[in-house]
Write a protein that binds this ligand. Structure first.
Ligand code: ZN
Length: 510
């Protein structure tokens, strides 16, 4: 039986490419945190050179030579007897070939043209959003949609052209699977939201916007991260305009947050969210660094880890049973007279709002439905770009009962489309669904989990996630991973049940 040992030359070559990619990530992280504003142009050139080197190596003759020793480059078939390889080796070859094959389908000329147009389009989008002027952005979005269609032409697809795009972010997922999943979800979420909005019981949240010293907020967030098992010896937290997680190695995982004196929850929940992402990256197998087996499974699975911690734990009763007294001691003035029940209700406020990134855990998914349906119409049905603002507002009204007052707060709010990231949004909702299904299983398998959380011990859950999900990297396709962890395929019923169980008592629903 052949093992990873036999693939050593390929693995070492992949790790060399990863060194370049990790250096690119360091420069990106620096750009978002500490880089002086004047360095923008020089940084862009540095990134472009390194990016070109990494890309060349990943599709160049040396990669071809190494990979073709074991894999038929046309079909992806492993040479010789498939059964002659152990499972990790087969998975590694499958994933490396997949990336290689996909990258070689795109002509170099196209990649260059795409990169240039995307960069211009993103810059125009920033301006257009500032001025809330969709007409300024529209010609560039048209170009990006045309480029995505050209890309689909190179990549190919079976059922829906949208599948070719989705595959970049959630390999294996298809429109045929997503549509019934999302329809089932929408059919439950829209009426549930209506009931919540109409409930006479509405939590007070004014106390969340009193004055809360930023350094104390950050110190509390750090305490929670330590409790989650975030390893500060192999990671750190810094400040940036938009919170994110990036990883250079399992021993160096960076998260960022932002802090607002008048918002007690924003920094804390961004720390917990990014902390969940970071635990995944710290929990990958360091020996397989640079290979698909040492890399996160998909965006949806990554998001499941952040959402599990942010919502499943960070907005749960047991969590606040332990942490609320500590928070109240940290902010005796701000939280004076706020009892634990009122605080728990405030943390779980559900209210239709215009901005996706500020949405609660229920309405968030309706924001995703709006985007998913519009993306599909653009790609599958040739919806004209000029129709987007009105279609957006129509769908917002239909699903969330509100209409944006401006395109800046509507169709122009997200960066994704401007850079050509079409097919990305569904991974957020998939993450929410995976998260609840995983957590449900963790509760079954870890005895007294909620009791442990109520004592402030979050480590049993972290260890379970390390063991069940993190350490496997991309060894299993996502659907196999979900079945291995939970014993069944992705099932949105868990998410719906979770929301009903949480919000029925909070809003006195019948
Ligand atoms: Zn995230």
């Amino acid at each position: 039986m052949k093992t990873l040992q036999d693939l050593k030359p390929l693995i070492e070559y992949l790790q060399e490419i990863q060194h370049l990619s990790s250096a690119i990530s360091v420069l990106h992280w620096d750009q978002e945190t500490y880089m002086p504003p004047g360095a923008g142009r020089a940084r862009a050139e540095q990134l472009s050179t390194l990016g070109g080197m990494a890309h060349e190596r990943s599709v160049g003759p040396e990669m071809e030579r190494l990979l073709s020793q074991w894999v038929d480059l046309k079909s992806g078939q492993v040479n010789g007897e498939e059964r002659g390889w152990d499972e990790p080796s087969r998975a590694l070859l499958r994933e490396v070939w997949r990336d290689y094959h996909k990258a070689t389908k795109l002509p170099t000329e196209f990649v260059r043209r795409y990169g240039k147009e995307a960069s211009i389009s993103q810059q125009v989008w920033v301006e257009a959003r500032k001025k809330s002027d969709f007409s300024q952005f529209a010609p560039h979005l048209k170009t990006m949609v045309a480029l995505k269609k050209e890309e689909i032409g190179y990549i190919g697809y079976k059922d829906s052209p949208y599948d070719a795009l989705l595959d970049d972010y959630e390999p294996g997922m298809t429109v045929a699977q997503l549509v019934p999943l999302f329809e089932a979800l929408k059919a439950e979420l829209v009426p549930l939201l209506e009931k919540i909005v109409q409930s006479p019981v509405q939590p007070k949240t004014d106390f969340l916007h009193r004055s809360y010293a930023p350094e104390k907020q950050l110190a509390f967030g750090q305490k929670v991260l330590e409790a989650m098992g975030f390893d500060f010896n192999n990671g750190r937290q810094d400040l940036s305009a938009h919170p994110f997680t990036t990883s250079f190695h399992t021993t160096d995982v960076r998260i960022t947050t932002r802090v607002d004196e008048r918002d007690l929850l924003s920094s804390l929940f961004s720390s917990i969210h990014e902390g969940g992402h970071a635990l995944y990256d710290q929990g990958l197998n360091p020996d397989l660094y640079g290979t698909p087996l040492g890399d996160a499974r998909s965006l949806g699975v990554h998001e499941s880890q952040s959402r599990l911690w942010e919502n499943g734990i960070g907005r749960s009763k047991p969590f606040w049973g332990y942490f609320y007294p500590i928070l109240q001691k940290t902010f005796p003035e701000g939280l004076k007279g706020v009892d634990p029940e009122s605080f728990y209700a405030a943390v779980n406020l559900v209210r239709p709002s215009l901005i996706r990134v500020e949405a609660d855990e229920l309405t968030y998914n309706l924001h995703i439905m709006v985007r998913f349906e519009i993306e599909r119409a653009l790609i599958e049905a040739n919806l004209p770009v000029d129709a987007l603002p009105s279609l957006w507002n129509e769908k917002m009204h239909q699903y969330l009962g509100i209409v944006p007052d401006s395109d800046a707060h509507g169709v122009l709010q997200d960066v994704h489309w401007s850079g050509g990231a079409i097919g990305y949004f569904p991974t957020y909702t998939l993450g929410n669904l995976y998260a609840v299904q995983f957590l449900n299983q963790a509760k079954k398998e870890i005895p007294g989990l909620e009791g442990e959380i109520a004592k402030g011990d979050l480590l049993p859950l972290k260890k379970w996630l390390n063991e069940k999900i993190h350490r496997w990297g991309k060894q299993y396709p996502t659907d196999v991973l979900v079945r291995r962890v939970t014993g069944e395929p992705l099932n949105p019923a868990y998410f719906v049940r979770y929301l009903k169980e949480k919000f029925t008592p909070l809003y006195s629903l019948s």
